[in-house]
Design a protein around this ligand. Structure first.
Ligand SMILES: Cc1cc2nc3c(=O)[nH]c(=O)nc-3n(C[C@H](O)[C@H](O)[C@H](O)COP(=O)(O)O)c2cc1C
Length: 366
């Protein structure tokens, strides 16, 4: 990617840093990823010690560390940031099969990707096998490499309609959905589900066996029950039980905040891959070989890259609040983070956010 060499784009009042230029200035040399050109100007190699390549159906991933779907967070800029940082695969936010099939514009926005992101996984949710199958057919005609079916979302308005985690209570319907989706796509299909409905109803091993029988190429198991929501502790013991119950790859999920946690999950459960959710927010470095830098200077390349990607791909200024939230998370743990956050929340553009951070960075260098 060509990066403008000028440092500032001046207007009549004040100097404004160009994000591309700031990004170039804040770049430290990093390893180029073979085969990923264009947007991916600087990337970590995707092979990661402790996370061997993972094969899901016909899809071979360079490592086994994957970004989880996180509605409201895993949009294209954040996914690209994680891919560039080393994530082997990123999953879209959950996408309604009804929205897709009945052409609701916002739903299509969630499918936006670029060639450099691939492999790319799309997660579908819904409760009607035929509509899920039609949605799968649409997704298959797009530049997508894997379809994941959401059978774990605990949110009330989703469960109330019989979607997400409600399908764990209705395994016949769940099976019909998996079969219908597999019949209408040539892509590998994975199913993401929970340990069960409640502590008294841990059914993940049987559910995984059903998914395998119905055609799933891998099982993604979040070790919490529906009743737990996102609280409490994930039960990695259930992940091990799922691994013992099926012969397809098992991707474990829940409470992985560091690479060490991911390796511990693999060792404790025998799972083949690790999916990271909340631990990746504010910490895309988790997917690479190095720890999250402890100084703003060390984080600037990734933060500026995020701002650059957000500017390129998000409908601004409509979703500026989202950019501020992601940027604020990238500052977690830094000295002066609170005052930087306060300043960036007052910004009215990406350029202004970049200027705040650049000034702070320059001040610290002095
Ligand atoms: C804000 C938020 C949004 C989420 N959105 C989705 C989603 O769209 N699809 C899905 O399957 N899971 C979703 N999840 C669940 C995560 O993918 C993951 O299973 C869960 O957070 C446990 O992993 P963690 O402990 O690594 O965060 C979401 C979780 C959070 C906190």
């Amino acid at each position: 990617m060509s990066v403008p060499s000028e440092k500032y784009e001046r207007n009549s009042s004040s100097p404004k840093p160009r994000i591309d230029a700031l990004y170039a200035l804040s770049q430290t040399p990093r390893t180029l990823l073979p085969g990923c050109l264009g947007l991916f100007s600087a990337m970590h190699p995707l092979s990661l010690p402790g996370f061997p390549p993972l094969t899901v159906g016909p899809l071979r991933l360079a490592s086994s560390l994957i970004l989880a779907p996180l509605a409201g967070h895993t949009d294209l800029p954040f996914r690209l940031l994680c891919r560039e940082s080393g994530a082997a695969l990123c999953v879209s936010e959950m996408i309604s099969c009804h929205g897709l099939v009945f052409e609701q514009g916002k739903t299509h926005d969630l499918l936006r990707t670029v060639p450099q992101e691939r492999p790319f996984a799309v997660q579908l949710f819904g409760g009607d096998p035929e509509i899920m199958a039609r949605a799968a057919a649409i997704v298959t005609s797009l530049p997508v490499d894997l379809i994941d079916i959401n059978m774990g979302c605990p949110v009330r308005k989703v469960v109330k309609k019989g979607y997400g985690a409600a399908l764990m209570k209705d395994p016949h319907r769940a099976e019909a959905i998996i079969r219908a989706v597999c019949a209408r796509t040539s892509l590998p299909v994975t199913v993401k589900f929970r340990s069960g409905w409640s502590d008294e109803h841990i059914i993940a091993p049987e559910f995984a066996a059903m998914a395998e029988e119905a055609g799933a190429a891998a099982a993604v198991i979040h070790g919490r029950t529906w009743a737990q929501g996102f609280g409490g502790k994930a039960d990695w013991g259930v992940i091990r039980e799922v691994k013992n119950a099926v012969s397809i790859p098992v991707i474990g999920n829940g409470d992985v905040l560091t690479r060490a946690d991911g390796r511990a999950m693999m060792a404790a459960t025998g799972c083949d891959g690790v999916m990271v959710g909340r631990g990746a927010l504010g910490n895309p470095w988790l997917f690479g070989p190095d720890d999250r830098p402890v100084s703003l200077a060390g984080r600037m390349p990734v933060i500026m890259r995020y701002l650059q990607l957000a500017q390129q791909f998000l409908p601004l200024p409509k979703v500026l609040f989202k950019v501020k939230n992601q940027t604020a998370k990238l500052l977690t743990g830094l000295s002066g983070a609170a005052s930087m956050r306060q300043a960036l929340y007052g910004c009215d553009s990406i350029e202004a956010i970049a200027a705040v951070l650049h000034d702070q960075h320059a001040g610290e260098e002095r």
